[in-house]
Ligand binder design. Structure first.
Ligand code: C5P
Length: 232
């Protein structure tokens, strides 16, 4: 466990994903496989990327009744991923069941990370549609505490929230942070962004970087720049 750059492999299919990873001849980056690639290719894409020597964050954001999540996590633990996630909104009963399902017979398990409030959810929508009548950062910190108390390893959050999550939940509680851009790069559709260097200063444990690497003219150089800025 430790600081690392995770590349968001947001590709439509196996051909594109593997062609991208083929560019990395010297290093084996930590890779995030999201719903798009997983639903297109199934568990085989996880096995194939794992067999190539990459660590894998399987970003499927589970959210269902505790028994269903437990059984699904059992399946994911057999896929030998290194990190997976769920929605903290499923409550502590679901999170505890998830840990039970994820834990292998030998006691090991992938890291389990909670999504608090999606960064696409605004204060207004949360209040009007989900009927949560509290400031959103208070909600995020409360979900983070519940996740920690249920035994999870950390949360997905904005790098700008990483310091506050650590203050609330402890330094050991992991912050996995998307929304990272180079100082001279395109922001795209992200809103609250920061640079790898600043994410390091604030205390992110893992940064998740997609398009600044996948859409770069030289993705390997962009990845190395991220590692240099974030890890040093
Ligand atoms: O291309 P970009 O660097 O914006 O990719 C960020 C990745 O992190 C995407 O896979 C996106 O789905 C994911 N993500 C995010 N914000 C969240 C949770 C996940 O950007 N709150």
């Amino acid at each position: 466990m430790g600081k690392d750059v995770i590349i968001a492999c947001d590709f439509a299919g196996k051909k594109e994903a593997l062609a991208f990873l083929d560019k990395f001849t010297e290093e084996k980056p930590f890779v995030k496989i999201g719903m798009e690639l997983f639903y297109a290719e199934g568990p085989e894409i996880v096995r194939e990327i794992k067999a190539r020597g990459h660590k894998i964050f399987l970003d499927l954001k589970l959210h269902d009744i505790p028994n269903t999540v437990k059984k699904s996590m059992e399946v994911l633990s057999r896929l030998d991923v290194d990190m997976c996630n769920l929605h903290a909104a499923g409550t502590s009963a679901m999170m505890t069941a998830a840990i039970e399902g994820l834990t292998r017979e030998d006691g090991t398990r992938p890291l389990l990370i909670a999504v608090t409030q999606l960064t696409s959810t605004s204060q207004e929508r949360m209040t009007d549609e989900i009927l949560i009548d509290k400031p959103i950062d208070e909600v995020v910190m409360s979900y983070a505490r519940t996740a920690r108390d249920a035994g999870l390893d950390g949360v997905v959050c904005s790098p700008l929230e990483a310091g506050k999550v650590h203050d609330t939940c402890g330094r050991e509680f992991l912050t996995v942070t998307p929304g990272v851009r180079f100082a001279d790069g395109d922001i795209g559709d992200q809103v609250r962004v920061t640079t790898p260097e600043r994410a390091k200063e604030i205390g992110s444990d893992y940064i998740v970087v997609g398009r600044p690497i996948t859409a770069a003219v030289d993705p390997v150089a962009a990845y190395r720049r991220c590692v240099k800025e974030f890890i040093g």
